[in-house]
Design a protein around this ligand. Structure first.
Ligand code: SF4
Length: 375
């Protein structure tokens, strides 16, 4: 393992529009590379330019705290910060991977975000996040925190093959219970679901059941992508070792698309399995509005709910006008409450969408959306 200390130019990455998966306007990555070494990790893909041997080498942004302090200084900013969670994690390195024990960059930067009263959404596979419960509780009291864990399933045997450097599923589930007992909202990102291995009804149902038992507030799922090049080669080598009969099936569904997606037929079957199970367990399939309606700006609130609606309808195999409307709204600069008499001039906003926008502006949510979210 090689740990390289590097100087980062920036820490906060601003999204062009609100990210409706994580409800973030900014995200923060403190490490490049990840010793959790998940077999499917797309950090291996050439497009991310992670130096060294992925899975064993890590670059540490040693000046993260001072760069973040500068970035959060209101005197240096021409435009005010956008409202929304700061997402900590994701990208090409888990913020709570083992090297964090020594460097404590996540802990130090969280303390600064807490001081500045930013809401925070943690996304990790590590139980080390428990160490920072003191800061996360303070953030939760002042502005709100969500702690989300990602799982490809809760099956220990499968996790040992595909996530060799990650704490066991049992420990991750216990950590969710721990945060729930501390009054902090927790989510499960069932991400990625591994084709023909963790996507069966049995494995998915056990995972959803385990998540329900520890009281998750939502489960968000996503299929696996395999980009051509190092990521795909690495994954297929491991597959060959443990599941040689599946290699051909993978070749059938991963046909070299630019972003590494599987063929649409595969995903639509997966959506059906997930949707049927989630209806049975009545767990929200997106972050529920009570966790964001008082945090986002009114325009972002509308965009997020429309994007969630779009996802939920497509999950049902239905058409939806809401994705396009949300995209158009993301280009609008004026607050929507000042445009009530001209909402229909926004591209993609028809009568139904207009009524939903009005309801969201009045109540902070939409009844149609809430029914779909849990139903
Ligand atoms: S924890 Fe996340 S970033 Fe780290 S190897 Fe696994 S998938 Fe990649």
């Amino acid at each position: 393992m090689v740990v390289k200390e590097i100087e980062a130019k920036s820490i906060l990455r601003k999204h062009k529009k609100i990210d409706s998966w994580f409800l973030s306007r900014y995200n923060m990555n403190l490490y490049r590379g990840c010793t959790h070494n998940c077999v499917y990790c797309d950090g291996r893909a050439e497009g991310y330019y992670v130096e060294g041997e992925f899975g064993s080498d890590v670059a540490v942004k040693i000046n993260a705290l001072e760069v973040l302090r500068r970035e959060l200084d209101p005197k240096r900013k021409r435009t005010p910060f956008k409202r929304g969670y700061v997402m900590v994690g994701g990208g090409v390195g888990d913020s709570y991977q083992p090297v964090e024990e020594k460097y404590e960059l996540t802990r130090k930067t969280l303390a600064l975000l807490s001081e500045k009263k930013f809401p925070v959404h943690i996304f990790t596979k590590s139980t080390l996040v428990k160490r920072d419960v003191d800061i996360l509780k303070k953030i939760n009291e002042n502005s709100r925190a969500i702690v989300s864990f990602s799982f490809s399933s809760t099956d220990e045997k499968l996790s040992r093959i595909f996530e060799p450097g990650v704490p066991s599923s049992r420990k991750r589930l216990e950590t969710i219970s721990f945060f729930k007992d501390e009054g902090i909202a927790c989510g499960m990102f069932l991400l990625p679901v591994i084709p023909f291995i963790t996507d069966t009804k049995e494995v998915m149902e056990k995972t959803i059941q385990d998540a329900q038992d520890v009281g998750v507030d939502f489960i968000i799922f996503g299929g696996m992508t395999l980009k051509e090049g190092k990521q795909k080669e690495y994954f297929l080598n491991v597959l060959q070792q443990y599941y040689p009969k599946l290699v051909l099936e993978y070749q059938m569904i991963y046909q070299g698309s630019k972003w590494g997606e599987a063929i649409p037929d595969y995903y639509s079957q997966l959506h059906q399995t997930f949707n049927t199970l989630m209806k049975q367990y009545k767990i929200p399939k997106r972050i529920p509005p009570e966790l964001f309606k008082d945090i986002l700006s009114e325009n972002d609130l509308v965009i997020v709910i429309l994007e969630h609606l779009d996802f939920l309808l497509k999950l049902e195999g239905k058409k939806s006008p809401f994705g396009y409307a949300a995209y158009s709204l993301s280009q609008v600069q004026e607050p929507l409450s000042t445009m009530l008499n001209k909402l229909d001039t926004i591209k993609g906003v028809g009568k139904t969408t207009e009524n939903i926008i009005r309801e969201i502006l009045n109540t902070g949510s939409s009844t149609f959306y809430e029914q779909l979210l849990k139903g």
